[in-house]
Write a protein that binds this ligand. Structure first.
Ligand SMILES: Cc1cc2nc3c(=O)[nH]c(=O)nc-3n(C[C@H](O)[C@H](O)[C@H](O)COP(=O)(O)O)c2cc1C
Length: 341
């Protein structure tokens, strides 16, 4: 199969390499850190519910810094009018894309008709997408599974994608496993149902005009690149979080961007002023540094770095001094091996 370019009505940012929305993980600090490693990867926010955006603290739920761009907001909800309001607010806040979560299997969200349970209601998802598109001019995308228990045939997947496409959505981010809505925890739902990349590849073959992004279990850049022979992009979740320096090669490999990439030490140096500003605003250093524990994964000193930042940080009186100490320590350990790639 060779790749047919999609026909996008609102192209927006490139989605060749995306970092997945992850609750409690891809917050603004995490995204700022990842952006120091890749200029090009498209970053997604954690899921924010429509209720939180409409009734909650908007600075908290929509706030981000311009350096995080290109950045997409993921929404959770199923009320078209509320989703429309939130899509308009997302555009005003400067997001490059708004994404609807139709993949999360948690009980808590199912009770509110949010997430993967919506795969059983394609007409409602279509209404949501239509309302969102009418309310904003940025792209509206959908992240979903290949099915849910009781509705997991390929025909039903095509029916879902077909109806949502009819409503105007051109981009589908597909987590290549079904969600089992009863009896499995969200974590188990990311591990137990088998990955079926061939289903996502078939979907692209049957809907060549759509942009289809593959998600689920992707760990190496070679494996991701191999999928781009017939798919439009990849979305990486856990591996990008646990091994963030994976992103150092993304710009060159996926975007032919040959600009120099920061070494790990340069990333730590570039993050320091951000940490200082966060501390000055009354934040804790751990809010930022909890996301960087995997920066040295696979290298000598990785355990020391992780341990110092995850436990020692809570005991010491001057966390910034600990950061500086670790920075010089890791600089010594890295020389001369710390070059990108
Ligand atoms: C801690 C955590 C939180 C997640 N939160 C969300 C979320 O808010 N919205 C969403 O669509 N998916 C969420 N996911 C699922 C990921 O976006 C992704 O679909 C899943 O982890 C599979 O990709 P991976 O194998 O590359 O990690 C979450 C995953 C993890 C590990």
């Amino acid at each position: 199969m060779s790749l047919q370019p999609p026909t996008l009505h609102r192209p927006g940012p490139s989605r060749r390499f995306c970092v997945a929305p992850m609750m409690d993980w891809t917050d603004r600090h995490c995204r700022f850190f990842l952006r120091l490693i890749s200029r090009q990867a498209l970053l997604y926010s954690e899921m924010v519910t429509t209720g939180a955006v409409i009734h909650g603290d908007r600075t908290r739920f929509l706030g981000h810094s311009p350096q995080e761009q290109p950045l997409a907001l993921q929404l959770g909800g199923s009320n078209p009018a509320e989703l429309a309001t939130c899509a308009a607010l997302a555009e005003q806040a400067g997001y490059a894309e708004v994404n609807l979560n139709v993949g999360c299997p948690s009980d808590r969200v199912q009770n509110n008709m949010i997430g993967a349970c919506l795969m059983g209601h394609p007409a409602l998802v279509a209404d949501c997408v239509k309302a969102m598109l009418e309310a904003c001019s940025i792209p509206v995308t959908v992240k979903h599974r290949i099915g849910i228990n009781g509705r997991d045939s390929y025909d039903e997947l095509c029916d879902f994608v077909g109806q949502v496409h009819e409503a105007g959505c051109d981009t589908f981010i597909v987590h290549a496993r079904i969600a089992i809505l009863e009896g499995l925890s969200p974590k188990e739902n990311r591990e137990i149902p088998p990955l079926r990349y061939e289903v996502v590849r078939q979907l692209k073959a049957d809907f060549p005009q759509l942009e289809i992004i593959l998600n689920g279990g992707l760990a190496s850049l070679d494996q991701m690149q191999a999928q781009l022979d017939c798919l439009d992009g990849v979305m990486v979740g856990r591996e990008a979080y646990h091994n963030p320096y994976l992103l150092a090669e993304v710009d060159r490999r996926f975007y032919a961007d040959e600009q120099p990439v920061r070494s790990r030490i340069e990333v730590l140096e570039a993050l320091r002023p951000y940490i200082v500003a966060h501390l000055e605003q009354g934040g804790l250093m751990n809010h930022v540094t909890r996301h960087i524990l995997g920066l040295f994964q696979g290298l000598p000193g990785a355990r020391h770095f992780r341990r110092q930042l995850s436990s020692e940080i809570h005991r010491c009186e001057d966390p910034l001094a600990l950061y500086d100490e670790l920075l010089s320590d890791m600089t010594r350990r890295m020389q001369p091996r710390d070059c990108p790639v």
